[in-house]
Ligand binder design. Structure first.
Ligand code: ZN
Ligand code: ZN
Ligand code: ZN
Length: 197
């Protein structure tokens, strides 16, 4: 412990820097907008820089379970990729289905709740509309998301969270009830009672 004690101020500053970012108020690397958004939470873009709304949405095309924070001027407030216009496209490696009417794309996504090992996520999902494409539930499975029903699924679990729970219950006998409680608190530590069951 003595080894750390003499560096206490430095360690404290590094930890407190989590609540701030040295580049707040600066321009995004794209040069078009002020960078107000950052990636935060249990899973995040390592050493991620502040970005503008369009850049942070674009950069998360294949990272739907990252949580986003917005600089309000005085602190970072949690927001979400969905509220910033993010859509998870299925069937084309994350790219929009070419057989979709892009003018209507935003009206045809399905709001889903997807559970991952860092909690629950409200995500707008756009399914593939190509000819002979598999049913929605199979499209989710192909993206490693296990649907809770085979008919018009609106909730799903990532393969990652299923594997995480499997290993946890084997090694620690963690109950499903306790694991669910943990996921709820990871989703919203301040107001876990507001997280949908
Ligand atoms: Zn990220
Ligand atoms: Zn940008
Ligand atoms: Zn398609």
């Amino acid at each position: 412990m003595a080894m750390f004690a003499k560096h206490f101020d430095t360690l404290q500053n590094s930890i407190l820097l989590k609540s701030y970012h040295p580049n707040v108020g600066g321009m995004c690397l794209c040069g078009k907008n002020v960078a107000l958004f950052r990636c935060a939470g249990q899973e995040y873009c390592f050493q991620g820089r502040l970005r503008c709304q369009s850049c942070i949405v674009r950069d998360h095309m294949s990272l739907p379970f990252h949580r986003i924070e917005k600089w309000t001027g005085t602190y970072f407030m949690e927001t979400s990729l969905k509220s910033l216009g993010y859509i998870l496209h299925l069937g084309h490696s994350g790219e929009p289905c070419p057989n979709v009417d892009h003018n209507r794309a935003h009206s045809r996504f399905r709001p889903m709740v997807i559970t991952h090992s860092n909690g629950l996520h409200h995500i707008a999902v756009h399914f593939c509309y190509c000819y002979s494409t598999p049913p929605d539930a199979i499209q989710l499975l192909d993206a490693q998301l296990f649907p809770t029903t085979m008919d018009h699924p609106e909730t799903a679990f990532s393969f990652g969270v299923l594997d995480h729970f499997h290993q946890l219950t084997l090694s620690s006998k963690k109950s499903l009830f306790d694991y669910d409680d943990c996921l709820v608190k990871l989703t919203d530590p301040a107001f876990p009672q507001d997280v949908p069951v």
